[in-house]
Design a protein around this ligand. Structure first.
Ligand code: NAD
Length: 263
């Protein structure tokens, strides 16, 4: 594919930052969008250094539908129409369902599910306006399909199940206009999300424990590198996936294939 304009939410860290870097290496124009404006700006600056034709860092909370629409418009006006989009911003706030505050549930669903909806719909609206084809990818999770062995995951799992259903629905709606919509399903990936909620002084130990569990329980014996997830996103964006829509690309080292013994 000739270098597209890409629009990535949750681009300040982890998988989103790796996707921006992969696009930059291919000479794309990139909009790096994150609630943390400083991190979005830093990722955009790195992208320019890594070969992006142009880059924009945008501070946007994906819970703010109007702000997401404005970010898509700014990307279109300053970088070009985004034809490759990743709705990826996500948070995980664990806790047993019977103890979780309703506000905590709302926050997870608002960021992970409504944020993906806002990103996808404004991106699709811009594509329709321009009469252009495009490829939208949303970041789902194994928890959309299987329970987490660690438990306490109801809100996150429900939000990701919603993302997977959203992808299928949008794919059917917009296929006639040439807009493909798919999900990437990362397995356990080495990003800050893995130790979220662990106090700073216990984070290194928690990470070591996770690496050990990955060795024992993930068929390929390790966590995913975010760059490996980025390659899957790039493929879903590319013309090589021209006949793929409404689909899930699972990049999980065999985790879900193990079924009941999920990590
Ligand atoms: P991460 O914490 O490294 O990155 C997430 C980014 O999203 C952060 O930069 C954060 O600031 C941003 N963000 C959070 N709330 C936001 C909001 N309201 N608006 C805009 N940006 C916001 O996590 P990651 O592991 O890179 O996760 C990226 C996506 O991948 C998430 O949707 C996550 O659920 C999903 N995922 C991660 C894993 C994993 O093992 N790491 C596995 C499956 C799915």
């Amino acid at each position: 594919m000739s270098a597209p304009t890409v629009f990535v939410t949750g681009a300040g860290s982890g998988i989103g930052a790796a996707v921006v870097a992969a696009a930059a290496r291919r000479g794309a124009r990139v909009a790096a969008v994150d609630i943390d404006g400083a991190r979005a700006a830093a990722v955009a600056a790195d992208a320019e250094g890594a070969g992006a034709e142009a880059a924009l860092g945008l501070e946007v909370d994906v819970r703010d539908d109007t702000a997401v629409a404005a970010a898509i418009a700014r990307c279109r006006d300053e970088l070009g129409l985004p034809t490759a989009v990743l709705a990826n911003a996500g948070i995980e706030l664990n806790g047993p369902a019977h103890e979780v505050a309703a506000e905590q549930w709302d926050r997870v669903v608002e960021v992970n599910l409504r944020g993906a909806f806002s990103t996808a719909r404004w991106a699709i609206a811009a594509l329709l306006d321009a009469g252009s084809a495009g490829s939208v990818v949303c970041t789902s999770s194994p928890s959309a399909f299987v329970g987490f062995a660690g438990g306490g995951n109801a809100a996150y799992a429900a939000s990701k199940g919603g993302v997977s259903a959203l992808v299928r629905s949008l794919a059917v709606d917009y296929a006639p206009q040439g807009v493909r919509v798919n999900a990437i399903v990362p397995g356990a990936t080495d990003t800050p999300l893995l130790t979220v909620g662990v106090p700073e002084d216990r984070r290194a130990a928690a990470r070591a424990e996770i690496l050990e569990r990955a060795r024992e329980q993930i068929p390929l014996g390790r966590l995913a590198d975010p760059a490996e997830i980025a390659e899957g996103v790039w493929w879903l964006w590319s013309d090589a996936a021209a006949y793929v829509t409404g689909s899930h690309l699972v990049v999980d080292g065999g985790l879900m294939a193990k079924g009941a013994n999920s990590f």
